[in-house]
Design a protein around this ligand. Sequence first.
Ligand code: ZN
Length: 316
Amino acid sequence: MAKAFASTADLAEKKVTFAKLADGVYAYTAEGDPNSGIIIGEDGVMVIDARATPVMAEDLIRRVREVTDKPFKYVVLTHYHAVRVMGASAFRAPYVISSHGTLDLIRERGRQDFKSEVGRFPRLFDAVGTVPGLTWPNMTFERSMTLFLGKREVWLMHLGRAHTKGDIVVWLPREKILFSGDLVEQGATPYCGDAYLTDWPQTLERAKSLGARKLVPGRGEAMLTPAKSRKAIEATQSFIVAMMREVRKGAKAKKPLRRVYEATHARLQPAYGKWVIFDHCLPFNVTRAYDEALGVRHPRIWTAQRDREMWKALQG
Ligand SMILES: [Zn+2]
């Protein structure tokens, strides 16, 4: 039987956890759905990833209002994916920050990505009609930026290409807490449709060298010890390396994409099949990995139409 397209059949609501990691530092997680982070400073609040729609952002705002009445000052976009940025307007924050790389991607493919993501996973875009338009950063940087939320120091860093060309992490150097965005996942399959798979493991090495005591991944629960934080990074690394190895092997043998997809699925299923969105991600992942193995340097733009054609070719 053909599999339902992407996650169109996934309708089960997830339970949200709003966990305190340190004084004024919170993780908003939801059993494998996209996470957000909150950092409260003396003069305002930073939101890390803004939810998929303004209506979905309201739930995060409500939880923040239970712990502080300070205004939202910064919305940080860890990367350009619609599911993390389209709720930004709800916070009415004066500063929306991303890397230059993310701004490039929003300009180049933000509109197509929005349509594509809503089509793939409608549950994650509750009340999608409330999205006022694309989310645009009004402050960007190339490599790194340091912000002071009062006395609290926050580093924003682009550690290299990985999940997209513009990924940034948010690092609290004193508390040693890392918000990784989709650079690291925990118990969830890394999405690689826009990825740089040769670079990703090295970028993760840089993240690992920070020595996080706690880590909030892009999806999955927050890691509350150094050992668990490190393990989450290494598990993501292992997945990327294993997938790319299998795809390179098939591409080198000049096998067609569908055969490479089937072989890669069979190879990864025993170790990673239990990670959420495994069957959703793998066709997109292998398509991008195959391109990269054949020398296509930059990920091709996904459109709602290309999504469906690819799915039919690999799963039909
Ligand atoms: Zn993403």
